[in-house]
Design a protein around this ligand. Sequence first.
Ligand code: SAM
Ligand code: SF4
Length: 474
Amino acid sequence: MYSEFDLDKIDLSAIPPAEEPDRQYYFMAKCREWIRGFEEKNGRIPSCCVTTFGCQMNARDSEKLVGILRRVGYQVTESEDADFVIFNTCTVRDNANQRVYGRLGELKSRKKRNPDMKIALCGCMMQESAVIEKLRTSYRFVDLVFGTHNIFKFAELLCRSFEEQGMIVDIWENTDQIVEDLPVERKYPFKSGINIMFGCNNFCSYCIVPYVRGRERSREPEDILQEIRQLAAEGVVEVMLLGQNVNSYGKNLKEPMTFAELLREVEKIEGVERIRFMTSHPKDLSEELIQVMKESRKICRHLHLPLQSGSTRILERMNRRYTKEQYLALAEKIRREIPDIAITTDIIVGFPGETMEDVEETIDVIRRVKYDNAFTFIYSKRTGTPAAAMENQVPEAQVREGFDRVLKVVQDTAREQVARYQSQRAQVLVEEVNEHDEKLLTGRMSNNTLVHFPGTVELVGRILTESRDECQRF
Ligand code: SAM
Ligand code: SF4
């Protein structure tokens, strides 16, 4: 099997290997030849910029794209004034799509000034056929379009875009393939996301994810553990295990394994100091997981437990498969077993048929669970999902009113919760120099609270003990 260190040894006169990941290493070597040609012609290294929209899954996918771009010879920049710009898109809510179209308009004028510039689009939005139609008709200047299922083929597609003229579109409907051992370029040297599974089988009635990310597929535990051991050897101290519903990890493996069992194995890896994960579907959160969290030294004191709605009637229409009472009982059990845990959540306001009484039910849950933080979203109609065809879409004014009420309670509760940590000493992983004040550092407590305190850049990546009196929370 090839690795990133073999690129110069690959025989490009041979036919491309059929097996992955060797095939992609072959195309990386080929792309490298193209980039060398660019350097000779222009007397400089070409630049690239990967812009990520959406969730941590997309952020991780972007690290994989950057890994390949760097290996083939691009210089990575933050500026979209680059020779190659990729938008890794999200389509969970319609405003994410609209932002991509707006930003594409800006890229069009850049490409007019630099006709050799390349533009690629990938990610969840590309899995929607209406989007592809629109790109083909109104955004002909885009060079390469690919989806979520064939992202591992990026090097091959990049190579094609060097060799062919016109827009290349390669979208797969689905896949059961997981390609391991491709290069990744981490954004942070000291922490990393790790995909433990892909796709989702839950079909919440408002959500487009199962349609654009496909069915649930778990990675083999040994592949995950080997990746984490390697990360730890490279100095990573915090890992975040990623999946749309980590609580159903391992169910479709040849030798099934629970998520809690996987966590126990990750805990044993030397060098890893902190373990995070997201997202946990409440219906699948097991007693075993609570016990593993409780006993663990390394699993962070934070659980993201999406509620979506506090009304059992709406939860049923959302196909969430738990009731208000079941959710409350679960949250209570978690707080009882792990008293220092922070619980955060996602809430949707304005789901079809939602009344102000339903919103009050949601507010009741927020007050009772006392969330440390919550992401509150206005319901967005996604074509193709069951909710989009439901009657009783909620009038905008009512949605706004409900949203403002929910937001106010979320903010009040979060403020009360954070006051709990006042005067306590807590461990903080220093993540970066503060964006607004270079005399301050920004770090994260185990419970995911961001704190800012005086310090200098050498401390980035270290776990320190800080007193909350000296910290500010933004
Ligand atoms: N799999 C995770 C889960 O079940 O919580 C999260 C997936 S989704 C990318 C993140 C959040 O987006 C969801 O928890 C939900 O609150 C929100 N979301 C999904 N579809 C939405 C829609 N159509 N309108 C508004 N918010 C939506
Ligand atoms: Fe979407 Fe529900 Fe799957 Fe989360 S669990 S990705 S909200 S369908």
